[in-house]
Design a protein around this ligand. Structure first.
Ligand code: PT3
Length: 417
């Protein structure tokens, strides 16, 4: 009876409805855990030295959050992942930043506590698992928004000038002025609110008394604007084009991995791909999938892709979001236009518009002019043309006048004679 219940619970935990669906590949993208602030603002009473390891570092709470996520994954994928660590089964990649590398380490400690022959030091419930990374300057998969993309920069300038953003800027002008004065910043914009909120949020979370101007109401408004700035980055205006230049790159890699795992007679042993990154990475991916809920992903939140094989033949993709560790159930995500269990070929077709064909080329600014540019261009050309016509007319008139003058004189002389 016990075994029956255990089997049933892991069966249900994976969301199977029939015995014919078999899990083939799991892809995870998570945000790092709780950390110290990234930076400070001029009037901040707290300095970098007030944090045990300085700015941007994973806290013990952050370690715990990822250890817990690792344990959750072990439970969910019991029977799918081998009990013992198998280097062919899992691939881990992180951005080259302390907090994401350390989060992956804490996560893997929860996922792969050593067992039996894999215990290398009696009493130590940990074993090393490789985590791969590339230097930040070469990172093109997990760090968004990507720099060196002029077309994206232009799209962001247009986003700031869009009616939706201008409306928000106008509505919160007095509030932003108040924040600028109190923070001691010279200027302020919606895109900057993220870092002010972040610093105050980290300080408050770690028991630091906030300055008197930081009331719960102020934090609420800052949080609202911070969430809006996350939406601005990859959504709100020309979402598809922005996603092609950002999150579409990661989605492209994920789809390639899914396709490889679904290739007939594939000898691929890989069962889990784990990406350790940032809130902006999760947002970039979820905007590309058009499933973003508009809120900054919390610490250690995790987007899950599961590739299932149905009836030993076709493949489906299921997506889940774990954004609240206090809730046992995962939040199912549905790709717009598809079922929650989306056939792989439909998943690929429905996301094709956000997959760049040639990122470097698409990032270049082509001679595609905006309406404003065309109007200005036409006005300049028209004015030049008008000037030329006036000039030509004047020259012709002058020539005519001098010709008439000559005749007149000659006529005069004729008259006299
Ligand atoms: O907290 O997830 C987060 C942020 O993305 C953080 O990790 C980060 O790197 N932010 C970039 C700010 C310079």
């Amino acid at each position: 009876m016990y075994w029956y219940l255990l089997a049933l619970s892991s069966f249900c935990a994976l969301g199977y409805s029939s015995g014919e669906s078999e899990l083939r590949l799991v892809t995870l993208l998570y945000r790092h855990g709780d950390r110290s602030p990234i930076k400070t603002y001029p009037a901040d009473p707290y300095k970098e030295s007030d944090w045990p390891q300085g700015f941007g570092q994973l806290s013990q709470e952050g370690m715990q959050q990822h250890f817990e996520l690792g344990q959750f994954l072990r439970k969910r994928y019991t029977g799918f992942l081998s009990e013992l660590y198998d280097r062919y089964e899992i691939a881990v990649r992180s951005t080259d930043i302390d907090r994401t590398l350390m989060s992956a380490e804490a996560n893997l400690a929860g996922l792969y506590p050593p067992n039996g022959s894999q215990i290398f030091h009696p009493g130590l419930e940990w074993q090393p698992i490789p985590i791969h990374t590339v230097p930040q300057s070469q990172e093109r998969l997990l760090s968004f928004p990507l720099p060196n993309c002029p077309r994206y920069k232009l799209l962001m300038n247009e986003t700031v000038q869009s009616e939706t953003v201008l409306n928000v800027t106008r509505t919160y002008k007095a509030f932003m002025d108040m924040v600028r004065k109190n923070t001691g910043l010279e200027s302020i914009s919606i895109e900057m609110v993220w870092s002010i909120y972040d610093t105050l949020f980290c300080e408050e979370k770690h028991g630091k008394v906030p300055p008197s101007w930081v009331t719960p109401e102020v934090m609420k408004t800052l949080s609202l604007l911070k969430n809006f700035s996350f939406q601005m980055m990859f959504g709100i205006y020309k979402r598809v084009e922005k996603c092609r230049l950002q999150g579409g790159l990661l989605l492209d890699q994920i789809i390639k991995n899914l396709t490889l795992a679904a290739t007939p007679n594939s000898t691929e042993k890989l069962k889990m791909i784990m990406y350790s990154a940032h809130d902006t990475t999760v947002v970039a991916l979820q905007e590309a999938l058009d499933v973003f809920n508009g809120l900054q992903p919390p610490y250690a939140s995790c987007h899950i892709f599961e590739l299932h094989q149905v009836d030993n033949r076709s493949f489906t993709v299921e997506m889940y979001y774990r954004n609240d560790s206090s809730v046992a159930k995962l939040y199912p995500l549905t790709l717009p236009g598809c079922a929650q269990r989306c056939p792989l070929e439909d998943f690929i077709r429905l996301t094709s518009s956000v997959i760049p064909k040639n990122w470097t080329k698409e990032c270049q600014i082509t001679a595609s002019f905006s309406d404003k540019d065309v109007v200005i261009g036409l006005a300049v050309c028209g004015s030049v043309l008008l000037l030329l016509v006036v000039l030509l007319f004047t020259i012709l008139c002058r020539q005519r006048e001098s010709a008439i003058g000559y005749t007149h004189v000659s006529n005069l002389s004729d008259d006299h004679s």
